[in-house]
Design a protein around this ligand. Structure first.
Ligand SMILES: [Mg+2]
Length: 142
């Protein structure tokens, strides 16, 4: 499971005016880089790890937001708690990515239905959109 443009989503929770706008998260100086950007900004060819200077040139109307990494960490912990209390085995591979082992569960539940319900639960409880990929191994799921 991977939280959708996680830093942007958290920033939108903090400031709903950012919703639907091109948003760049990262260092605001000329030497900074984009750590995350909204889908609206991606439409201009902006992507994460791009120099902020170039991103602003590609998308001059973008709103630049300084990252609040304490907030991101907090919301990541909230999502981790929801996953941790819902599944027997998981791995947190980054601040916004989780691998969940559903081995054996298809005997009792429809795994796709179950994962969809977990996805909805996370979004309902936190306000953060999250996606999942399901397969027989981690690489294909990612
Ligand atoms: Mg993500």
């Amino acid at each position: 499971m991977d939280l959708d443009s996680f830093f942007v989503s958290v920033s939108c929770l903090m400031n709903p005016k950012l919703k639907g706008k091109p948003v760049l998260i990262g260092g605001t100086s000329d030497r900074g880089v984009v750590s995350s950007c909204s889908y609206e900004a991606r439409a201009f060819g902006v992507h994460s790890a791009m120099p902020m200077k170039l991103a602003r040139r590609l998308c001059p109307d973008a709103i630049v937001v300084r990252g609040d990494y304490e907030k991101y960490s907090h919301y990541s912990d909230v999502v981790t708690d929801i996953i941790g209390e819902s599944v027997p085995l998981y791995e947190k591979s980054s601040i916004d990515e989780f691998y969940i082992d559903l081995t054996g569960m298809d005997k009792f539940f429809g795994c796709y239905k179950w994962a969809t319900e977990l996805r909805h639960k996370i979004t309902k409880e936190t306000g953060l959109p999250i996606s999942f990929g399901m397969s027989g191994n981690k690489t294909v799921s990612k």
